[in-house]
Design a protein around this ligand. Structure first.
Ligand code: KG4
Ligand code: ZN
Length: 382
């Protein structure tokens, strides 16, 4: 089965061609056109500029991917594109292009949830067949989610951020410190030279059974130190390194601790990690150490597969096709597409979610309903 995938949910135009075989899904060809240089002067993604770039790039990248493997459009079995979540105008370009292609070729079309793509990218990147059940940690610029993956379209939310996403916190703190966009790699570069214990920064939700995240208190604490020490920053170059190192350590501590807790709580033994923040070397090292200690099979994609790519979108569609899951595509994009919402006709997912909630309540454990945000953000200084 060969699937052509298109990903345009934000500021990367990505196209990939994948092929399934009995033991894994392989990437035959893929290209990513990054728009970082276009958006960098603005300190963030400008939706209109992103849309124009997708429109310009897509008709060039699709033939490029096919020509890399000497294939024509007739040689593909299905088309896939990101349906949501993401920037509406960006999603619309890739989704419309893919739908037009699928109609013209009379091939099935899969509208893929971007988060589902992230959940599966570690498997595809490591050329491993998807093995359910597992816990997925997605740490990107827009999301910080812990999901229990039971099967195709059967995902239970274990935790998520109640405010900023981890990548967003990296980007905002970098901006505060005068570092360029995107902030994650810049903070990491500075952090390597700093002392992670220099500043006592807060870690949110320390209770064991709470798998939610909050990064706004941490961001405020960084701002507090930054504003209080304006003179020190100029006098001491080490100061910025130390603040970056302490901030990075605070984010990594929380992500690693909650991911390991989630695996225990879900009673599984596999953890798949993806999203742009998973490029961070300290996070990767600490996850590897913690998972080794806890006997967890850690599936970590190499950095090129952590950030947005089309291989993960095509891969989800190809694996579903091979597993006999019916091709499904909405008439329109959905910028707020929910990974956990019951799919049309997905009674199994709905029933399962309710059953897990009931079971947890009976066990005296309160599980937040989807979209619930705790009233207070408990923050503890370690
Ligand atoms: O997954 P991604 O490419 O896009 C979204 O779907 O959001 O993630 C981008 C995010 C940005 O916030 C960026 O600052 C962060 O990932 N990021 C990093 C690193 N590389 C990228 N954060 C921390 N350390 C890094 N090395
Ligand atoms: Zn993403």
């Amino acid at each position: 089965m060969r699937v052509l995938g298109i990903e345009t949910s934000c500021d990367e135009t990505a196209v990939a061609l994948v092929e399934t075989n009995p033991w894994s899904t392989d990437i035959l060809a893929q290209v990513i056109s990054s728009q970082i240089e276009i958006h960098r002067p603005y300190g963030g993604v400008v939706p209109e500029a992103a849309t124009r770039e997708h429109l310009r790039n897509l008709p060039l990248l699709v033939p490029k991917v096919l020509s890399e493997v000497n294939l024509t459009l007739e040689g593909i079995d299905a088309v896939a594109a990101t349906e949501g979540p993401g920037l509406a105008s960006s999603l619309l370009i890739g989704h419309s292009y893919a739908r037009a292609l699928a109609i013209a070729l009379s091939k099935p079309m899969f509208g893929v949830n971007h988060l589902e793509g992230h959940l599966f990218s570690p498997f595809i990147a490591n050329r491993r067949a998807v093995e359910f059940p597992f816990v997925g940690l997605i740490v990107s610029g827009g999301h910080t989610i812990l999901a229990h993956a039971l099967g195709w379209d059967r995902y239970i939310k274990l935790g998520s951020t109640v405010d900023d996403a981890a990548g967003e916190a990296f980007d905002k703190v970098a901006k505060l410190l005068g570092l360029p966009y995107p902030g994650g790699p810049e903070i990491e570069k500075n952090a390597i030279r700093g002392n992670p214990e220099a500043f006592g920064l807060p870690r949110s939700f320390p209770e064991r059974d709470n798998l939610n995240f909050s990064f706004s208190g941490l961001k405020t604490a960084v701002r507090f130190f930054y504003e209080k020490s304006a003179q020190m920053q100029q006098a001491d170059a080490e100061w910025t390194y130390d603040l970056c190192a302490s901030f990075q350590k605070a984010v990594v501590d929380v992500l690693v601790r909650k991911a390991v807790q989630a695996v225990a709580q879900a009673r599984v033994d596999r953890l798949a990690v993806s999203g742009g923040v998973a490029c961070n070397k300290m996070l990767r090292d600490e996850l590897e150490f913690a998972c080794y200690e806890a006997g967890i099979d850690l599936i970590l994609a190499e950095p090129a597969f952590c950030t947005d790519n089309a291989g993960m979108i095509a891969g989800v569609a190809a694996e579903k096709l091979a597993a006999g899951v019916e091709a499904r595509c909405g008439d329109d994009i959905n910028p707020n597409l929910n990974l956990f919402a019951p799919e049309p006709g997905g009674e199994a997912a709905r029933g399962l979610h309710a059953a897990v909630q009931l079971k947890n309540r009976q066990g005296g454990q309160q599980v937040a309903e989807q979209g619930d945000v705790p009233a207070t953000h408990e923050v503890e200084v370690w």
